[in-house]
Ligand binder design. Structure first.
Ligand code: GRF
Length: 201
């Protein structure tokens, strides 16, 4: 299955997807970043994947940026659009266009801690558990149907950094697994629900 990956930063999830791409039957046609200095672009180049930067600051509105993003994405006709640390809120029009084939990874146990600074907020809230969620992207920010989660314990001496590190380890295992379900045709989006092997998740 061919797809595109959208990033904004380090791209460690992208790396994990690249490393597993043969096993999960995914061809990454292009890695698109909204930031020219995103390290993930180097990771893609190192293995010969085409890259594209669309600086959001060059566009007068969210809609105009999303339009250009959409133009680039459509040149590849991707069957899956993978958001991997893509730190932009997407317009409703954009999310509707790709509904059912766009996945996102979010570093919290959704619906808890949507938005930013999830690790710090989980610690401050006195949570005992934390983790990562992968969901279909809908117009609701971090609110689309959840496909899978991994949970870890929050330790007494954890800070946001130590927690982020352990959550990332889980992210790198979970995202390729979920993408594989999708490329195998086992994972679908039906009636606003995530469905795996015919069963609502
Ligand atoms: C990850 O924690 C991801 O869940 C969040 O942003 C971070 C991106 O990390 N959305 P990386 O760029 O994949 O290293």
């Amino acid at each position: 299955m061919n797809g595109v990956v959208l990033i904004s930063g380090s791209g460690s999830n992208l790396q994990s997807i690249i490393n597993n791409s043969d096993d999960i039957n995914l061809t990454i046609d292009c890695v698109i970043s909204n930031k020219a200095n995103a390290y993930g672009l180097q990771r893609a180049k190192q293995v010969g994947i085409p890259v594209c930067t669309i600086e959001h600051s060059q566009f007068p509105s969210r809609e105009k940026f999303d339009q250009e993003l959409s133009n680039v994405i459509n040149t590849y006709n991707p069957k899956i659009i993978i958001l991997a640390g893509f730190m932009r809120i997407l317009s409703t029009e954009f999310t509707k266009k790709y509904c059912g084939k766009m996945l996102n990874i979010h570093p919290s146990l959704l619906p808890k801690f949507q938005g930013l600074n999830t690790h710090q907020r989980a610690i401050e809230a006195g949570e005992k558990k934390h983790g990562v969620s992968i969901h279909f992207v809908t117009e609701e920010l971090d609110g689309g149907p959840i496909i899978a989660q991994s949970t870890i314990e929050i330790l007494d001496d954890d800070n946001a950094e130590s927690l982020a590190k352990r959550v990332l380890i889980e992210e790198h295992k979970l995202y390729p697994k979920v993408i594989h379900w999708f490329t195998q045709g086992r994972l679908k989006f039906k009636n606003n629900k995530a469905v795996l092997d015919g069963k609502i998740l």
